[in-house]
Design a protein around this ligand. Structure first.
Ligand SMILES: [Zn+2]
Ligand SMILES: [Zn+2]
Length: 358
């Protein structure tokens, strides 16, 4: 008689470092340096420095080298492309697109007939800068719950880009300054603007240039990008009226902003749904553009992966677990520490200095 598959929580454990696959002896997105790490994507709350061996998609490895430096992005880097499988100690690993940022992947892990999918961060909306999320049926689906409240239903990102362009038309004497996260949001917004027909140069704060260059090297066309010019004389302003300028969130509160012509302060984030938050940050034009699943997408995904059990890493786990229970799915809050802290979606207070790190 064939053996029944092992219970998932006997072989995937929650440790202070994060999720640990015991038979395969590796961690997924560990918080501290470990001998063997599998990394879902390049955001700094997932891709930490100084692991010995790192397994990830080629794009995530390139992003890690760019952000952390060659010396700190894993002593040994191993690339695994979507579609390829790797077996170590009887554990099979596959990376499947997560639709979050360039290179982002879900980690599909199988051991003795039991399958766990660690999704990292993900979204279900179209994103012209990365491969779309693919649902993989599994025994346990590990999800985040950043926007797990019914109030979070993201509008189409294309409509938000159109609102930005409409404002540019209405206020040709002002510069439009959009606060974005350096990895993912910045490049997605640029592509959305290009698709909407904006073919003028887009101006970048210095903190955004390195990752845009990397995206372009990795084949994501962004059109003409230019650095924000320095005023001819110290303290001079009035630059870039009628143009779109992207900067790390928070740059609008620094002296750097004085060079721009009467800037319309915009921000692109899922949190812009919360009016008070936009207001508190002095955002004149909030754009609801999120790289995370909203309430409907979280529930749709849980349904599609058909997992009897869903583990929630962080966020609004109570609401999600309650909604899953009504659908006959067992939810479990993992309370992983350190998640969402440096990922713009979960941390709208990301400092300029942090976001500006190459
Ligand atoms: Zn992320
Ligand atoms: Zn994250």
């Amino acid at each position: 008689m064939p053996m029944a598959p092992p219970n998932p929580d006997t072989w995937m454990r929650v440790t202070p470092q994060g999720l640990y696959c015991e038979p395969g002896d590796f961690f997924v997105d560990p918080l501290r340096p470990v001998p063997r790490a599998v990394i879902t994507h390049g955001h700094s709350d997932h891709a930490r420095p100084d692991h010995d061996a790192v397994l990830a998609t080629p794009e995530t490895l390139a992003i890690m080298r760019a952000r952390l430096g060659e010396g700190r992005a894993g002593r040994a880097q191993q690339a695994l492309r979507p579609g390829e499988t790797l077996t170590r100690d009887g554990v099979t690993i596959r990376l499947v697109p997560a639709g979050h940022v360039l290179g982002s992947a879900q980690v599909v892990i199988e051991w003795r007939g039991s399958r766990i999918v660690v999704s990292g961060d993900y979204k279900r909306r179209r994103d012209p800068t990365c491969a779309a999320f693919e649902p993989v049926p599994c025994d346990v689906f590990v999800t985040e719950a950043t926007f797990a409240l019914p109030v979070f239903r993201h509008p189409p990102a294309e409509a938000e880009a159109a609102r930005l362009l409409e404002s540019v038309r209405l206020f040709p004497d002002r510069a439009h300054l959009v606060g974005v996260y350096a990895l993912g949001k910045c490049q997605r917004l640029i592509r959305l603007l290009r698709e909407a027909g904006w073919d003028r140069p887009i101006f970048l704060h210095g903190g955004l240039q390195a990752l845009c260059t990397l995206y372009q090297e990795l084949g994501v066309g962004l059109g003409e990008l230019r650095p924000v010019p320095t005023p001819a004389k110290r303290g001079g302003g009035g630059l870039l009226a009628g143009e779109i300028v992207l900067a790390p969130s928070g740059a609008e509160a620094t002296p750097w902003v004085r060079r721009l012509a009467e800037p319309v302060v915009c921000a692109a984030s899922g949190w812009m749904r919360v009016r008070q938050r936009a207001k508190a940050k002095g955002v004149e034009l909030p754009l609801i553009v999120s790289d995370h699943a909203d309430w409907d997408e979280l529930l749709l995904t849980a349904e599609q992966v058909q997992a009897p059990e869903v583990w929630v890493t962080h966020g609004r786990e109570d609401a999600l677990i309650h909604a899953l229970a009504q659908r006959g799915v067992r939810g479990r809050a993992l309370h992983l520490v350190g998640r969402g802290e440096e990922d713009e979606e979960a941390s709208p207070e990301t400092s300029v200095a942090e976001a500006a790190q190459p």
